[in-house]
Design a protein around this ligand. Structure first.
Ligand SMILES: [Zn+2]
Length: 453
């Protein structure tokens, strides 16, 4: 099928006016002008999107699909209070509630133009929902415990799950990894054990790292609510915790996790120059979650320094539990504006442009997952993960001068007209082809009743 539109943004090269993308099976076969491709393939069926942008699907570099039903359940509190209140409410949901919550998350992602997610999950609900919906992604099996005596058991259980998930994902564009949750929920030997497992099974790994000031104070000084109330609530008050005297990044580095070749560090807000150098030296990629970080008072990650040290950075939403919509456009716009707000003119022109943020949300996210040869741009041979964004219907999109600035400074998730993963259309003109929308919305409302204070 030949997809055509006013603008085609390959991302890896300049945009094409009156462009076209030829898709055969699950692959991109040609990218060029409409005139060139229709002349070369005169019998090919054409789908014209008119005044629209065709571009690679977004990579949501950090999310938890199964937490979607927590949207708005805990708002307007800072990070640690948020974490504790979410944890308290988690027990109220049945396993079916969690599964259906993940379906809601997959549905919102697809409707927002996201084609690949990097999702951290303990249950595997996210993986099941994504696979059923046709969404691609990397699903990291979360492990956590502060109790050293439980580390071996946690790893054994995770290994069983990872084998089962890999079997379940066979034949789909889904990969399985491992994720020790964070420095404040993992005994340090769990980092070493997770690294060994990742290396021996060639798995990608992920960790929430240096997200909040409380986490920094917990690791360095042994203080903050994460050392007191949170540990008590988690049942770890009998487990000793002493100040380490180092930053969260240095601490995790000491325990071997950075030896994993494909490691994704989520947040990395509270990092200094030497932390950033260590992350760069070990080839750690960063999932930057600007809106979640701002909303929960975690801070603003030092994006300029990440760029200067050559780190690979992409953008994550961190799920509706914290953020409250899965909207890559909001993420790009707010992320860009926050950085401009704390930068100077030189940085502005050098780093903080709409084009840069489009790359962060696509090809850089793909690179962060080690998938840049497969997804992240419209190039011949890559998987046909393509989205269309309408520039003609909504008042807020008219008139349009530059497609990059329209996407970052004006568009939102409702402007996505079509989402295709591996050549299969999953969302088209408001209709979901692979998810029962009415059921997903009804189930979310039912589950939500259980989460009211
Ligand atoms: Zn997260």
């Amino acid at each position: 099928m030949l997809l055509t539109a006013r603008y085609v943004l390959p991302v890896s090269s300049s945009h094409i006016e009156d462009g076209a993308v030829l898709v055969r099976g699950d692959r991109i076969v040609a990218v060029g002008t409409r005139a060139e491709l229709t002349a070369a393939h005169p019998d090919e069926p054409v789908r014209d999107f008119g005044l629209a942008v065709l571009m690679p699907g977004f990579v949501d570099l950090h999310t938890h699909l199964e937490y979607s039903v927590f949207r708005g359940a805990v708002d307007d509190v800072p990070y640690t209070a948020w974490k504790m209140q979410v944890q308290q409410k988690e027990q109220r949901l049945s396993s079916q509630d969690w599964q259906d919550s993940a379906v809601l998350g997959a549905m919102e992602a697809i409707g927002s133009g996201i084609t690949t997610v990097a999702d951290i999950t303990t249950s595997g609900n996210s993986l099941v929902a994504a696979k059923d919906a046709g969404l691609a992604g990397v699903f990291y099996r979360e492990v956590s415990t502060m109790d050293k005596s439980k580390v071996a058991g946690r790893i054994a259980h995770a290994t069983e799950d990872i084998d089962a998930w890999q079997a379940k994902a066979a034949g789909s564009p889904i990969e399985v990894g491992i994720a020790p949750h964070s420095p404040y929920t993992c005994h340090p030997t769990l980092f070493r054990a997770a690294a060994d497992l990742a290396i021996s099974k060639n798995l990608p790994a992920a960790i929430h790292l240096a997200g909040s000031q409380d986490e920094y104070d917990f690791v360095r000084y042994g203080s903050s609510a994460l050392a007191q109330d949170f540990r008590e609530q988690s049942g770890w008050s009998d487990v000793a915790w002493l100040p380490t005297g180092v930053s969260p990044v240095r601490y995790v580095l000491q325990w071997g996790l950075f030896e994993v070749p494909r490691l994704l560090a989520v947040h990395c807000v509270h990092v200094d120059e030497s932390d950033i150098v260590a992350l760069a030296e070990h080839g750690v990629s960063i999932a930057h979650c600007p809106r979640c970080n701002a909303k929960l008072g975690m801070g603003i990650a030092p994006l300029r320094q990440f760029f200067e040290h050559g780190l690979t950075v992409g953008i994550g939403t961190d799920s509706p539990a914290s953020n409250n919509t899965v909207d890559p456009f909001d993420e790009m716009r707010i992320g860009l504006l926050l950085q401009r707000g704390v930068s100077n003119e030189h940085d502005f022109y050098r780093y903080f442009t709409a084009r840069t943020f489009i790359r962060l949300a696509t090809i850089w996210g793909a690179r962060a997952l080690g998938l840049e040869d497969e997804i992240g741009s419209l190039e011949v041979g890559k998987r046909a993960d393509i989205i269309a964004i309408d520039l003609s219907t909504s008042p807020h999109m008219v008139p349009t001068a530059d497609p990059y600035s329209a996407l970052v400074h004006a568009a939102n998730q409702k402007d996505v007209g079509m989402t295709m993963v591996a050549g299969r259309i999953l969302f088209d003109a408001g209709e979901y082809m692979s998810v029962d929308k009415q059921r997903a919305l009804a189930r979310a409302r039912e589950s939500r009743v259980k989460l009211r204070s």
